[in-house]
Design a protein. Structure first.
Length: 182
């Protein structure tokens, strides 16, 4: 088994989504994990990856990589960040309705980069990905398939009032429990 298979098996076995894993300079092994919706984690409730999640995955990966004889100098486990990359079709389906930055491999209508709201066709997501983006006073729809994508990332939503990604994208407002003074 190679190091990538060992990492994927371990991360998914712990109930996390493996977003990316890569080798860096001087033996650095970087692993990016995300929490899956609907999964209850022993490290506590949170929509986002916590330090405890990273510690748990790091400890398990260290054991597995040693047993498998995988060579690395340093291991770094972290969240994918607020601008999480979308790599697989399952990522696009999971984050439907959110705003993304999309870069195509080939220029289409004079540009490669688009920003808009991600839509997925119910009948076949593999052929039914769309990006709804403003173009002047009207919205345009760009249909695309995964093979045409060079890079796609969530547009970061920074909100210090505690709203979730999906609530912020939908323009919804959530009520925090308890009163907080600032």
């Amino acid at each position: 088994m190679n190091w990538q298979q060992a990492v994927e098996r371990t991360v998914t076995g712990l109930g996390y989504d493996l977003v990316e894993c890569e080798r860096g300079l001087r033996g650095l092994l970087c692993v990016y994990i995300d929490r899956m919706p609907g999964v209850v984690y022993p490290t506590g409730p949170s929509e986002f990856v916590t330090v405890e999640d990273c510690e748990q995955v790091t400890r398990q990966l260290q054991r597995v990589l040693e047993v498998e004889g995988c060579d690395y100098e340093r291991l770094e486990v972290s969240s994918p960040g607020l601008d999480r990359p979308l790599k697989r079709l399952a990522d696009f389906v999971r984050f439907e309705g959110l705003e993304i930055d999309l870069t195509l491999k080939v220029i289409f209508q004079g540009r490669k980069k688009y920003r808009g709201v991600l839509r997925v066709a119910d009948d076949d997501p593999a052929t039914g990905l769309e990006l709804v983006f403003p173009d002047g006073k009207e919205s345009q729809v760009l249909g695309f398939v995964l093979e045409e994508v060079r890079e796609a990332r969530l547009v970061p939503v920074v909100d210090f009032k505690g709203r979730s990604r999906r609530d912020a994208a939908a323009g919804g407002v959530t009520q925090e429990s308890g009163d907080h003074e600032e």
